[in-house]
Design a protein around this ligand. Structure first.
Ligand code: UDP
Length: 237
């Protein structure tokens, strides 16, 4: 197996499926099955899930809620998604733990690095909810930070496109996909892979990122086996 321990980042929006809000149960189950296929290969899996399908901090100001309050609402949204994903994983016979960036004692345990690593070693899938636990951050930054902390081999950013393109493939039909990129190239070309905080954390800690299509059956399994799927971003090309 190419990777032993992975951090999978899923956006909240991906959970909507074809809806415009909330959680699509079919999509959720599909993701759980994809994760199971990788887990059955003996891979240790940690997951960070976003909250954009429910609430984003930047929306708050539009409705008269201040930014910090809005960010906490966004973090709570990620916990809702994390709980839904946890249930879907358990329904598919996986053992899981949900760890939160701030205390929500009745629902999950707080993030404690050593404990997270122990869960992974025992074969449990660990979901990190509530982001880092601080406003003004994103779940992409959470993914980078937690991946570094638990010494994951790679951050796998599951999206609905099959990699990083020269331009937005949904808008520009001439856009072409990169197989590999260096952090430097991605930065110079202003390619929007993750927000700057998240991206810089990966670059400074030499943690590779793979952007791939999570909606395509078998992709996650192929990736952990080392097959070329999506776009790999590393220190050197
Ligand atoms: N958020 C935050 N701190 C964190 C992680 C998330 O304040 O460490 C808030 C922020 O308001 C963000 C929202 O939670 O907009 C939902 O997360 P995100 O937008 O990253 O979700 P995604 O786009 O991946 O669905």
């Amino acid at each position: 197996m190419k990777y032993k321990r992975i951090l999978l980042k899923l956006s909240g929006e991906a959970l909507m499926g074809d809806n415009s809000y909330g959680i699509d149960p079919q999509r959720l189950d599909q993701y759980a099955q994809e994760i199971k296929r990788a887990h059955d290969l003996g891979i240790e899996i940690a997951i960070v899930i976003g909250g954009g399908n429910i609430f984003r901090g930047v929306q708050a100001e539009k409705v008269g809620i201040d930014r910090v309050q809005g960010d906490y609402m966004g973090m709570l949204a990620t916990v809702i998604n994390a709980m839904a994903l946890q249930s879907a994983l358990e329904k598919n016979n996986m053992y899981t733990r949900l760890m939160s960036g701030f205390k929500i004692e009745s629902v999950c345990e707080p993030f404690i690095r050593r404990r997270a690593v122990r869960h992974l070693e025992k074969g449990r899938i660990v979901i990190f909810g509530a982001g880092i636990g601080n406003p003004y951050f994103t779940t992409d930054s959470t993914a980078s930070l937690r991946a570094i902390e638990i010494e994951a081999d790679v951050v796998l950013k599951g999206t609905r496109v099959d990699g990083v393109y020269t331009a937005d493939p949904e808008k520009d039909p001439k856009a072409t996909r990169y197989n590999t990129l260096s952090f430097q190239e991605a930065y110079e070309k202003n390619l929007n892979i993750m927000d700057m905080t998240a991206f810089t954390l990966c670059q400074e800690n030499n943690l590779p990122i793979i952007v791939f299509d999570m909606n395509k059956t078998g992709n996650l399994e192929k990736l952990v086996k080392g097959e070329e799927v999506g776009t790999l971003i590393t220190a050197k090309n």
